[in-house]
Design a binder for this molecule. Structure first.
Ligand code: NOJ
Length: 983
């Protein structure tokens, strides 16, 4: 680290901007991970003689008939005096929750991770039949009673089966170990003397030596604890890393559990890691990574583009996939967690989860399809809410726009160059001495006027608010937080002081309920009793950065684990949840600035399961390299697996000065990222798109316009996500779960259900790209209408991909609604007409949807929206009928959140505002011949059209498809109509 003077302030920066692996622990440098992995090694060495010491006491199994919750007492043969409880519930959608905790322990394990992650208390099923037998407890459920849950008593093992086939097994390998709380024993050499001490002072766990474990009838293990746990108390009570010492006052309390998927060879999820979507192995003969995947939210400068190292967020969710079924698990734990992944056979996956503290709280999502898991997951943690529509536009950021005038100039330059942009961002330098909420008046003398100038054309600003508070007497936020005792404490209960951008800083304890309203009130723009951000407007939205939290002089660039939060919990217990509480409260604060509330936009760097309810995320400080561009796509897809659909990477790469070619390619990636923001480090050269030379500038302008023309598609995709839980950008295994050839695919993906298949180019000098088509269907190049024909066996097609060409295919059978008129911002497109692009399937049909609402309020929840379905079909041989009908009343089977749908009335207030919006053009691709007549049904009038001859959808050959363009059919988007095309 070094101190650097910047913008009149002193900053601590790393010496060289390169990943400093030595700042972050490997498993072998982390006591509990070492213990967990050693346990697994011993199990492997012992092979078939290994047996879990944990078992259920059959006499203490109860199933409460009404709640259908099974409870059992669990013991470990290693520690007969220690009691554990097991609780198993089946939710009404078939998700199983398995909880295990220590009972009457010397201390309590943290058990609130799930309560932060879950959106609601799930409903327990009342259709499950439980049978408690002598050897196991069984629950059978499902429409055809196809799902079975078996809790085996001796040794404890939990299995979920579908049609008799094991889907997921807990403790099948006997790696379950819940380290119980204990008193610290005196050091070994002193112990001898102590043994001669007066009677009454019995060493804890005395009697261990008497325990003899029965492994197999003939083999007795004399020292089972050592056999199972190892013979040294490895880092039980204190642990050092680099110059830091973790005091570990509660001693060892880690939790190890193996989770096996005996019939699933591919696993996805556990974001955030910079690696492939199909997670590479960490154990076995030649593992890709030697360390387990780590979940410990961390600010990793210049992270590696391929690594199991921790990054800024953690979602302990995993999908295990095979062509037959998909199953998912979520381990609700907030402490540091390491996950090993390996295969015992070609068709199975073994995972081993090692967490530092907390109860065992595992949710088994039975699937059986990826789609079903997304719904099950969304019922647990809530789906991604519908974001403000403008937030799907283009965001321009840099560290830093240095003054109000700088912002005005940037905005002007976008306008002069006819480039759309919706949001201009301010990084930390807007704040006087990095005291957030306080403007640096020298450079930002007129913040409200500046924001109003930006808002004049419907644009917004996003301003950064970090969680560290500068410790100084002239910062009311810090002063008030101190007076109200809202700050995180050290292990000795003093205010915790660490270093961040603002120099000596303190951190709000977001786990303290007293912090909540006070923090929300900080954002109020009117004057109040407590200090608030009066120099602000409701057009300002928020960026929460550094919320892991990042502490420059802390262990692993974060807080010491023995820091204390509300309720006496140590930071170790809640570390991975910490960042989510900050963005949760920020989103509430932004939302509550107006009455009625408006949809907030909050970008967060740190996240946990459930964070998607509070805003968007980005993949942090990536590098301006091709590798980072490529891995960013995979990371966004992996975040989607965790439910965090609104995701993106810094376009251009945060560090470095990308050459124009790379920047163009990065915009192509950004245009197809749910969250689309360009950002750059303070040391980089300015690289706003208007600064590019030709041809790059025009290419990027076209890309920005492409994004804006597709905003209705993005918004419709987000709407589907908000109702079904499916990700906005979808990997191949989600769309084609049975296609084995595509299980590892993570460089091409689908945009919602639109039929758009994207394969961004992430290589220098590319002129063509290979796209995998998984089915016997026609796919059209979005720009040239070139028809490609897939195969039922799967086929790679080569598509042109020169710099100005983005490989983008549209699946035959899709109808897209776009808005093609270039505007400066998304809100200005509100009343623009639509173009329909009908891409006929090989059988000559197509369908698509369009969802629209006011884009900012919550009135869609009262039924104020339009939802249209476009269908192209052939009622007779030589007729194509394209219709537009209302879908508002439809109740999709897949809906996990249908509250808004039930209130729909086609004459709602929003529908009235867009009643005059027209369809200005209909383009039909792949028609089998030149039409003889094109009319609106019910009208005798011919419409104007043009036709270019080309390949028809039903033909097997490749080449430019035929295109029929119907000009101004004089039909409205909110009304039912049909066009009739006679061939
Ligand atoms: C770290 C963030 O990741 C980066 O995006 C931001 O520009 C800097 N902090 C400064 O706020």
């Amino acid at each position: 680290m070094r101190w650097v003077a910047l913008f009149g302030g002193l900053f601590l920066l790393p010496d060289v901007l390169a990943v400093k692996s030595q700042d972050f622990k490997t498993c072998s440098q982390s006591g509990f991970c070492r213990r967990g992995r050693a346990l697994s090694t011993r199990a492997k060495e012992a092979s078939s003689s290994w047996k879990s010491p944990y078992s259920v006491d059959p006499s203490l199994v109860t199933v409460s008939p009404k709640e259908a919750i099974a409870k059992a007492a669990v013991k470990s043969s290693l520690y007969p005096d220690i009691k554990f409880s097991l609780e198993v519930r089946v939710h009404d959608d078939g998700v199983v929750r398995v909880r295990m905790d220590e009972v009457d322990g010397l201390k309590k394990r943290y058990d609130e991770a799930a309560s932060w992650a879950l959106v609601d208390e799930p409903t327990i099923s009342n259709t499950v039949s439980w049978t408690a037998g002598k050897k196991d407890l069984r629950a059978v459920y499902g429409v055809k009673k196809e799902v079975e849950l078996i809790v085996q008593y001796e040794p404890l093992k939990v299995s979920l089966l579908r049609n008799g086939k094991e889907q997921v097994v807990l403790n099948g390998q006997g790696l379950l170990h819940m380290e119980h709380f204990r008193n610290k024993e005196p050091p070994k050499e002193e112990k001898k003397e102590e043994e001669t001490k007066p009677e009454g002072e019995v060493a804890p766990d005395a009697g261990a030596e008497q325990v003899v474990m029965q492994v197999e009838p003939e083999a007795k293990v004399e020292n089972p604890r050592a056999w199972f746990e190892g013979d040294s108390e490895d880092a039980y009570w204190e642990e050092s890393f680099s110059s830091w010492t973790d005091s570990k006052p509660k001693g060892p309390e880690s939790l190890s559990i193996d989770i096996t998927f005996p019939n699933h060879a591919t696993v996805y999820g556990i974001p955030q890691h910079a690696t492939n979507l199909a997670l590479p192995t960490t154990t076995g003969d030649s593992p890709t990574f030697s360390d387990p995947y780590r979940l410990y939210n961390a600010d990793v400068f210049e992270y590696l583009a391929s690594s199991p190292m921790s990054l800024y967020g953690s979602i302990p969710v995993l999908h295990a996939h095979s062509a037959d079924s998909t199953v998912g698990i979520f381990h609700a734990v907030g402490s540091e967690t390491w996950i090993d992944i390996g295969h015992s056979s070609e068709k199975s996956t073994e995972t081993h989860w090692i967490s530092e503290s907390g109860i065992m709280d595992i949710f088994l999502m039975p699937g059986p399809t990826p789609e079903a898991i997304f719904a099950q997951w969304a019922r647990l943690v809530g789906p991604t809410p519908l974001p403000a529509q403008w937030s799907l536009g283009y965001h321009q950021c840099r560290w830093n726009y240095v003054s109000s005038d700088d912002i005005r100039t940037v905005q002007k330059r976008f306008d002069e160059d006819d480039m759309p942009v919706d949001v201009l961002w301010l990084d930390i330098e807007y704040a006087e001495e990095h005291k957030y909420f306080m403007w640096d008046k020298k450079n930002f003398p007129d913040p409200v006027k500046m924001t109003n100038d930006v808002a004049a054309v419907g644009r917004k600003m996003v301003v950064i608010i970090d969680p560290h508070l500068k410790r100084t007497s002239n910062y009311p936020a810090y002063q008030e937080a101190t007076e109200r005792k809202l700050l995180v404490k050290t292990k000795s209960e003093d205010e915790y002081e660490g270093w961040c951008w603002s120099g000596s800083s303190a951190w709000l304890d977001m786990f303290n309920p007293a912090t909540w309203q006070w923090y929300i009130d900080l954002y109020k723009t009117d004057k109040r009793d407590t200090w608030s951000w009066t120099e602000s407007t409701t057009d300002i939205h928020i960026w929460n950065d550094m919320n892991e939290p990042s502490v420059f002089n802390g262990p692993e660039i974060t807080m010491p684990k023995d820091n204390i939060h509300h309720g006496g919990w140590e930071h170790r217990d809640i570390h991975n949840i910490n960042g989510m509480l900050f963005s949760n409260l920020t989103s509430q604060a932004v939302m509550s600035r107006t009455d009625p509330p408006q949809r907030p936009f909050v970008l967060t760097r740190s996240f946990y399961a459930g964070s998607h309810r509070f805003g968007a995320m980005w993949t942090g400080d990536n590098l301006g390299t091709w590798e980072h561009m490529a891995v960013g796509i995979k990371m966004v897809l992996a975040n989607g697996v965790g439910g965090f659909a609104f995701a993106g990477s810094d376009v251009g790469g945060f560090f470095g000065n990308p050459e124009p070619e790379m920047l163009v390619r990065w915009y192509q990636v950004g245009v197809f990222s749910p969250f689309f923001r360009a950002h750059a480090h303070i040391d980089t050269k300015r690289r706003e798109p208007f600064l590019l030379d030709e041809p790059h500038k025009s290419i990027v302008r076209d890309l920005l316009r492409l994004r804006y023309s597709m905003l209705p598609i993005w918004y419709t995709a987000f709407r589907e996500t908000s109702v079904t839980g499916l990700p906005v950008v979808r990997p191949h295994y989600v769309v084609f779960p049975k296609d084995k050839a595509g299980f590892e695919l993570d460089d091409q993906f689908w945009l919602g259900s639109s039929g758009l298949l994207v394969k961004p180019v992430t290589e220098k000098g590319a002129t063509e790209a290979s796209v995998y088509i998984p089915e016997d269907q026609v796919y059209y190049d979005y720009f040239s209408n070139h028809a490609y024909r897939g195969s039922s066996k799967g086929k790679n097609v080569t598509v042109p991909a020169a710099l100005h060409q983005l490989p983008l295919l549209l699946r035959g059978g899709s109808i897209l609604a776009t808005r093609e008129r270039p505007r400066r911002s998304a809100p200005l497109m509100k009343f623009d007409p639509f173009t329909l692009r009908v891409a006929l399937s090989k059988t000559g049909s197509a369908r698509g949807e369009l969802y629209l609402d006011d884009g900012v309020s919550y009135s869609y929840r009262d039924g104020n929206f339009i939802w249209r379905e476009f269908v192209a079909e052939q009622p007779q041989k030589r007729t194509l009928r394209i219709s537009n009908k209302d879908l508002g009343k439809a109740q999709p089977e897949k809906a996990v959140d249908s509250a808004a749908l039930t209130k729909f009335d086609p004459t709602n207030a929003f529908a009235k505002t867009v009643k005059d919006v027209r369809v200005e053009k209909v383009v039909v691709v792949g028609l089998s011949g030149k039409p003889s007549s094109v009319k609106v049904e019910g009208s005798g009038k011919q419409l104007a059209w043009e036709y270019t001859l080309g390949v028809a959808a039903g033909e097997k050959k490749e080449g430019t498809a035929s295109v029929l363009t119907i000009k101004d059919p004089k039909v409205l988007v909110t009304e039912d109509w049909a066009l009739s095309i006679q061939l």
